[in-house]
Each structure stands twice: as C-alpha cells, then as structure tokens.
Design a protein around this ligand. Structure first.
Ligand SMILES: Nc1ncnc2c1ncn2[C@@H]1O[C@H](COP(=O)(O)OP(=O)(O)OP(=O)(O)O)[C@@H](O)[C@H]1O
Length: 379
C-alpha cells in the first residue's frame, strides 16, 4: 500500500507548524435512529483520520454530526477548545459557526457559479483583493490555474472535486471532513488526488476526517484509523497498528485480512506466544504487543494478511509444507491459494511479489512461512 505520509516526510515536507493552535478534535456522541444506533468516541490532534467501515455503519452520520447537519442525542464535540455540541449544556452550534469544511462524493458545486466564484463562495466577508489572492493561491494549489472562468459542467470529475476541495479550504476551516470524496472517480484520477490531498495537508495544517470503504485508500492518506461496525467503534489507533493488528475478527475482516487459523495457546514468554494450530498440529509463535497476557489453553484465532506470507526454501520456525491449489497473476504479484497435506478446510492466501520467484503452478509443493511479527492473535 502506498504511504503518502512517508513519501512527503522523505522529501522533508512538514505539517507540524501550527502557529500555536492545537487542532484537537474530541468526539463522543450517541444518536438513535429508527433501527440504528450510533455510539462512538475518539479524538485526534492535527492529523488525518480515516473512518473505515461497511455501508450503513454510521460513517456519514458521524461526519454530519460533526459538521452540525445532524444533532446527536447525547455527548460532546470539541474542536480546538471550542464546544461545537454538548448535549448536557444544550450547546449545538450551527454549521456556519463551526469552522468545519465539508466535501462530499458528488462534488455539490453551484452549477450557476464559475470555478472562481465557487471557491470564493464562503469568503465573501473578505475584501475584493483578499478574495482574489486567496482564490488564486487555492486554484494554484489545486492545479486549477486557467480554469477560473469555467462552469462546473465544463470540468472533468477530478477537476470538479478539486474545486470542491478548494471551496472547502477557502474559509480556512480548522477541520476538513471528506465523505468518500474520491469514490466517483476512476483509479488514476483518484490516486493523483490522494497524493495532492496529502500534499495539501502540508499547506492546510488542520485535522482531516476522511470517510472511505477502501483500506488501501485509507492507509495511503491517514495517520490514524477508526474502524466502524454497526454504529460502534471497533478499533481506533495508528494505521499500521490497526492494519497489522486488528483487535476483533470483525475488524480484521473489514480491514481485508483473509487468513485465519484456529488454535490453543500453549505457552507465553514475555511478548512471545506459542499457539498450537488446529489441523496442522504444530505450534506457531506470534508476537503480541502491550505486554498482553493470554492464558494457557485459551482458544484463540491467529490472523495474518496475505501480503505477509512468504515462500521459503526450507522448513524452519512458523513454516509449513503447503501445496498451491490456485494461482492468479496480477501486475506485480502472484496471488496463491494454498492447501495443507492431510488437512481439510484450511486454506491460506499469499500475495507474493513477482521478483521473489517464478510462477508456481497448481500442485507445486512449497514451504510457507508465517512471520511471527506479522501474525496477530484475537482472543
Ligand atoms: N436522516 C436519517 N434518518 C434515518 N436514518 C438514517 C438517516 N441518516 C442515516 N440513517 C441510517 O443510519 C445508518 C447509518 O448511515 P450512514 O449514512 O452513516 O452510513 P455509512 O456508514 O456512511 O454508509 P455508506 O458507506 O453506505 O455511505 C443507516 O442505517 C442509515 O439508513
């Protein structure tokens, strides 16, 4: 997965100059709707948070509560020390008083206004000269120079979404809310915009909440991830911790983990845990974080992302004899499905970069390694 945070950092880009403002967002809200209840709490500080989850899990509702478009039933939302909503104190600021920018999937530009007029829409209180300067800078940042006089219908989807971003940024919001902003765009345009959005974050400096279904898209852009399921926060944390160490089976599946093994804990020493894998009748070693203690004989599920399995030349720790049952050739990987001799109902999927070896045909026997630091344990 591309990591734009790393690529920008490698070039020495910085988003850390905040002029003394904290850019802290605290959200703790409950909302009951017919047949659905939302109950989430999280906080972020001057960073990009991706909210990830299946359709109907409450992602957009969270965004709408923060933007002031939907009133929660209970809780509190605080942005940079300003209370936007407090159920007990009866505070519920209107959207225009929240300093929050919002971009939806479907651009929502004003069709009768030009690109320049759309971008200037939220900054009419400024002088003409200030508006002109700001629009010029934003159009330049969003690579829209020369398109200022066009109308939305004269723009491509990617250009329209850039205008929507510029319009949201013009009033200098302290928080930018992006609700599936790229889902209507094709892959190439989406990737370009993801990169530009990350670049833009260096300029913008505030926090960003980014709603998506797509794990790779989330990982590329965010530093933190919130995984939603059925109106609840299943997991929240740094993106690598979340993607490589899902806390529950539901979160793991939502995060695209394909490989799960049942087992029983046989031994723990420090952060190393040995698990006897059902069916394989062999132990694997996994590394757990945060000094987590797991009782001996406790049934657990081991998980590992398909990208982390490796084919090795010989048998060693955490390595099993396996047979290729299916292969799919992709642009940069071979995706293999493996069976295990004498074991029913156990299949593992591995994505192996092509440069790591020639194509293996179905029926090939290999050693399959499950790296201990990439195996995670769900109790
Ligand atoms: N105004 C509303 N009135 C009643 N129910 C609503 C309203 N808005 C949303 N819901 C319901 O709340 C739940 C969460 O909706 P939400 O739009 O937040 O989902 P989502 O996670 O953003 O899904 P998607 O990815 O499909 O956009 C859904 O069951 C939806 O039907």
């Amino acid at each position: 997965m591309v990591d734009y945070q790393k690529t920008a950092a490698d070039r020495g880009a910085s988003s850390l100059e905040t002029g003394g403002v904290d850019f802290m967002l605290e959200v703790n809200i409950k909302k009951e709707l017919p047949g659905f209840s939302l109950d989430v709490a999280f906080s972020i500080e001057r960073e990009i948070l991706a909210i990830l989850g299946p359709s109907g899990c409450g992602k957009s509702l969270t965004i709408q509560c923060i933007a002031g478009l939907v009133r929660p039933d209970q809780g509190r939302i605080v942005l940079n020390g300003k209370v936007l909503y407090d159920g007990q104190l009866g505070i519920n600021l209107p959207p225009q008083s929240r300093k929050v920018g919002l971009v939806f999937q479907n651009y929502a530009l004003f069709p009768h206004l030009t690109v320049g007029e759309n971008v200037a829409f939220g900054i009419q209180h400024l002088s003409k000269a200030e508006i002109k300067d700001k629009v010029t800078i934003l159009l330049q940042k969003m690579k829209l120079q020369g398109l200022e006089g066009r109308y939305p219908h004269q723009l491509s989807g990617g250009q329209q979404q850039r205008v929507a971003l510029a319009r949201a940024l013009a009033p200098e919001p302290e928080l930018l809310l992006l609700d599936e902003p790229f889902s209507a765009l094709d892959t190439q345009v989406k990737e370009q915009l993801l990169y530009e959005l990350y670049e833009l974050h260096n300029y913008y400096r505030g926090s960003v909440l980014f709603v998506t279904h797509n794990v790779a898209e989330a990982y590329s852009l965010c530093s933190k991830m919130a995984v939603y399921g059925g109106g609840k926060l299943l997991q929240f944390g740094g993106k690598q911790d979340v993607v490589e160490g899902p806390a529950t089976l539901e979160a793991a599946k939502l995060l695209g983990v394909e490989n799960f093994l049942q087992g029983i804990v046989t031994w723990q020493e420090g952060n190393e845990v040995w698990v006897l894998v059902k069916g394989l009748d062999r132990e694997v070693k996994a590394v757990v974080g945060d000094n987590k203690k797991i009782a001996k004989n406790q049934p657990v599920i081991l998980g590992i992302r398909s990208e982390f399995l490796r084919i090795t030349a010989s048998s060693s720790e955490n390595t099993f004899s396996a047979t290729v049952s299916q292969v799919v050739e992709e642009v940069t990987n071979y995706t293999y499905c493996f069976n295990f001799p004498d074991v029913q109902d156990l299949h593992l999927v591995a994505r192996i970069p092509k440069q790591e070896g020639a194509l293996l045909n179905p029926g090939s026997a290999v050693y399959l390694n499950l790296p201990q630091d990439k195996l995670f344990i769900i109790t």
